[in-house]
Write a protein that binds this ligand. Sequence first.
Ligand code: FES
Length: 496
Amino acid sequence: MERRRIRISETSKGQTVLASLQEQGIYMPAFCGGMGTCGKCRVRFTGDAPAPEEAERALLTPQEIGDGVRLACRTHAPAGALLELLSGDEDAIEAQTLIALGGPEDTPGASGLVTGTAAAVDLGTTTIAMSLVELPSGRVIGTAAGVNHQRAWGADVISRISAACNGKGGAMQESVFRDLALLRGKLGHPGSLPMVISGNTTMQHLLQGLSCRTLGTAPYTPVDISLHRYGEMTILPGISTYVGADIVSGIVACGMDRSEEICVLVDLGTNGEMAIGCRDGILCASTAAGPAFEGGNISCGTAGIPGAVCGVEIRDGKAMVETIGGAPPAGICGTGVVETVYELLKEGLMDETGLLEDEYCDDGFPLAPGVVFTGKDIREVQLAKAAVRAGLEVLIKEYGTDYDHIKKVWIAGGFGQKLNLEKAVGIGLLPEELMDRMEPVGNSSLAGAVMALRDPAAAERMEKTARAARETPLSGSAVFSELYMDCMFFPEQDGE
Ligand code: FES
């Protein structure tokens, strides 16, 4: 693959390569926010490379170090040095599917007041998705998704909040505006447009240039989570700092706010947000699942780009993989992560504690040329699935109900639609008892934004829901902590 070459600018003195690239507006994923722990910010020096730091020795192989590969966040380069960027630019994310509920792809809704073309947006921490909608017909003209290039400042909301508090808010705001323009261009509408913006609270704050200072410190108060206008944009309402407009939008898109029976919505994004309830009351929670289910913090992880491993089957110790678009394997995305862990468990190549067979301990299990799954990756999945599952159990308990009284479980998120439910249940991410009532719904946040574009009454329903819903805090909950530890284990396999 042709690698992009960059020359370090003359003004980069004393800066890390990562800081210098950021200053030059060059995208480089930095999932750990430059802490030297994720190993994603790889560059190769074409000339002499500086001596590696300890963190680089830990994350790079001796051969890579010998080849001049270094971590951009750990290394300083003299002005004028020539580098190759080894981390791919992942613009071409597969367009995400809107949920089938209410048929927003093909069923024109009630008309809003706007005529012409407008955009509905889901601003996710990892991925930004956009649908162009023709008004007043409400017809969805096209949907596209791309990487949120704010990943240059960290993979999760905590790193972004911290970067914003360290003077990077402006750069991140510019980054998201560029991403929105990129998506409009992809959809054949490069000019400005009225937009309805769903997304998590931090992403909405960064978009509007609002201070993130209070988002990161107790009592975690957002600056503005009401339904309001920001220039040409309508910002959809959220519930709190950690339960944002994305879940509110999803609640209304799925119809939980009007349901007579108790339903559950689980949004498997970088924040595991979830809600339970019906028209008589809704309870929400958010867990720091981390980006593992979106391919983040996974050694060969990638977003849902062509070539991402999205399906895995292991037979006789050999992996057979399916990739997005049938392209050559380029990494592993969220669905592939879940499938790999399930297959390793089912085949006895990993035990319930997450320990890989001896022969794969050092280099990981090979999935495809250049794509391996390591013990550290399994740990990331354990943390993520334990957070989601424990959060869900606490939510159901706190609502005062049980599995028997839940009518429906909507599974949302960028990969919600394509998630293999059987495998998700098989690794303990979701409860087996609810399997027959689960429905994958794709990007429910985006679907809600489309609804709000079509019909202002939907946005008002969201505002009403956001004001009436309650939130149960999971951090500090003893029950959650206990369940979290239990949920770190994988379910025992039949026949063991
Ligand atoms: S190791 Fe450099 S950004 Fe994570």
